[in-house]
Write a protein of this length. Structure first.
Length: 186
């Protein structure tokens, strides 16, 4: 395994084209949080021609509903949620400029097709390590849908968030490649 790739948001075409499934990433910059309820609202806003609470172009969404911050902390535990719940909404967001997603678990074939067509990547965060992920968050503020509580859309500033590229724009899928490698080894 090679050295990690240091990435800064927002992503551009050059960044996306250089990422491959299996790359270790340390991500810094602004990212946004959203889970399924927020995704439903974002897509509804797009469908009705309303403006979104943030510009999707080149942005990264982290599938997380952080716990409340303890005194003196920026954010509570911030581990990834299972990504398939966002699958029904994801292609529409990718089509409108979203370039990166962070979560855990596999993506549907139609989401991978959208990533290929519109040039976006999916990265996994470490499941079960919400306290570790929270340590990379430098600031957090709710920017939309505060009525959703922990699932409100937040603007996070992160520094060196450890991730692994799961799906790249070339059809690479680390989950599938891992299973194949395991089968060859056994």
């Amino acid at each position: 395994m090679g050295a990690p790739v240091y990435l800064q948001t927002p992503f551009d075409a050059e960044v996306i084209k250089n990422l491959k499934a299996g790359d270790r990433v340390l991500l810094s910059g602004i990212i946004y949080t959203a889970r399924d309820a927020a995704h439903k609202r974002l897509v509804a806003a797009l469908e009705s021609g309303e403006s979104l609470p943030f510009d999707l172009d080149g942005q990264v969404i982290y599938y997380v509903g952080p716990t409340p911050a303890k005194p003196g902390m920026t954010i509570g535990a911030a581990g990834p949620t299972t990504s398939y719940r966002m699958d029904p909404y994801t292609p529409r967001l990718i089509e409108n400029g979203l370039k990166g997603m962070i979560g855990k678990g596999m993506r549907a074939p139609f989401v991978k097709e959208a990533m290929h067509e519109y040039k976006a990547v999916y990265m996994a965060a470490i499941g079960g390590a919400g306290a570790l992920m929270a340590k990379t968050v430098r600031s957090a503020e709710i920017i939309a849908y505060s009525d959703l509580g922990t699932e409100a859309v937040r603007r996070l500033v992160v520094e060196n968030m450890p991730l692994i590229v799961i799906n790249d724009i070339y059809g690479g899928d680390l989950y599938e490649e891992g299973v194949k490698a395991y089968r060859r080894a056994s």
